[in-house]
Write a protein that binds this ligand. Structure first.
Ligand code: SF4
Ligand code: SF4
Length: 354
């Protein structure tokens, strides 16, 4: 039987050591986490997941830059993992810009079987255009050094590339770059934030759709050094009638996970910068969630009447509620990238002769 995973997106610090032009996060300045508070909150969420009958907890570490939390903090996380509630398997996934990775982190992550995601947008010209230090300096050489360090320690990792205006038309070059690196990658469209709006890096849904199609065509080439590209691999599985692996494809992401902020505030998903449900130092999780009945995230699937007749309803379910909100729409609205989804789903269906 497939395991049931409860996903917790964790933000131990809101600060970051970079100043990427498209960042949507509301950054704080305190780089040191309140480790006691944060680990108490995490333990409460772990117990909640066990009580709800989940058999895995997936901890997805995001930021700010999570490695600013420090080695001692992550040693505390490893201790908590070892003492997780009976019957619960805890798995860790950590997204980092890589600049703070060192031998000690690599040893810790290898021992704890942490899956690393390295933020890398592609070749140097693409990456350094928008991912820069607060002094405006380049970061590409340091990210490549981090990749090399992970390799030396045999820590498994993939990359995460943000799709911006810089990406458009360079999909083959970017795919070739990751093939050369020998590393699978995930593409995510840039979403609005103070930086993205100011620098005019946002892309239209149709542009994102054409970009996904070009990545798919590059990825379809049966060359010897192929690497996986998400979410395209997950879309193929879904179109073939298989498992829906993306949170954004589920009928509802409600009750499948939560986000935890540095001060113990709980959100539905870590991508939300507001819409705080409450604080785990002040109320228990059952009480916080009970105050959300009827749950607007659960209600969304019924409210998306314009989607119900869509040929790709099973593979999409209206997409991501956070995207809807980030683009200034209502939580109950369909994902603004609807046109992109239709374009890539129909392209894959044609390629597979479905
Ligand atoms: S809000 Fe979007 S990103 Fe967050 S869990 Fe739901 S579908 Fe996933
Ligand atoms: S592709 Fe568009 S219309 Fe179809 S289910 Fe997704 S968001 Fe709705």
């Amino acid at each position: 039987m497939a395991s049931r995973a409860f996903t917790v997106t964790l933000e131990p610090v809101a600060a970051c050591n970079l100043a990427c032009a498209y960042c949507y996060a509301v950054k704080g300045t305190a780089a040191q986490p309140d480790a006691g508070l944060f680990l108490r909150s995490l333990a409460r969420i772990g117990r909640y997941a066990a009580d709800q009958g989940f058999d895995e907890v997936h901890c997805v570490w995001l930021g700010g830059e999570p490695l600013l939390a420090g080695h001692a903090f992550f040693e505390g996380v490893a201790d908590w993992t070892a003492a997780a509630p009976a019957g619960i398997r805890v798995r860790h996934f950590l997204q980092t810009n890589g600049l703070l990775l060192d031998d000690a982190y690599c040893r810790l992550f290898k021992a704890a079987d942490v899956q690393l995601g390295l933020s890398l947008d592609g070749p140097q010209a693409v990456h350094d255009a928008l991912r820069r230090t607060s002094q405006g300096g380049p970061t590409f050489p340091r990210v490549m050094a981090a990749a090399e360090l992970l390799r030396r320690h045999a820590v498994p990792f993939g990359c995460a590339a943000v799709v911006t205006r810089m990406t458009l038309g360079r999909e083959q070059e970017i795919y070739d770059f990751f093939c050369g690196l020998g590393c699978g990658f995930r593409i995510n469209p840039v979403i609005p934030g103070p930086g993205a709006a100011r620098r005019n890096v946002l892309i239209e849904p149709e542009e994102y759709g054409r970009c996904l199609v070009r990545f798919f065509d590059a990825w379809s080439d049966p060359r010897g050094d192929r690497v996986p590209v998400s979410p395209l691999d997950n879309y193929v599985v879904a179109l073939l009638g298989g498992e829906l692996r993306e949170c954004q494809q589920q009928p509802s992401c409600a009750r499948q996970g939560l986000g935890l902020k540095p001060n113990g505030d709980v959100v539905r998903c870590g991508r939300f910068q507001d819409r705080i449900l409450g604080n785990l130092e002040e109320a228990d999780l059952d009480a916080l969630l009970a105050g959300r009945e009827p749950d607007p995230f659960e209600a969304r699937v019924a409210a998306l009447t314009g989607c119900h007749g869509c040929s790709y309803w099973r593979q999409c379910h209206g997409g991501c509620p956070h995207n809807a909100v980030a683009f200034g729409r209502d939580l109950q609205a369909r994902d603004p990238f609807c046109a992109a989804f239709k374009m890539i789903f129909s392209h894959i269906a044609r390629a597979l002769s479905l």
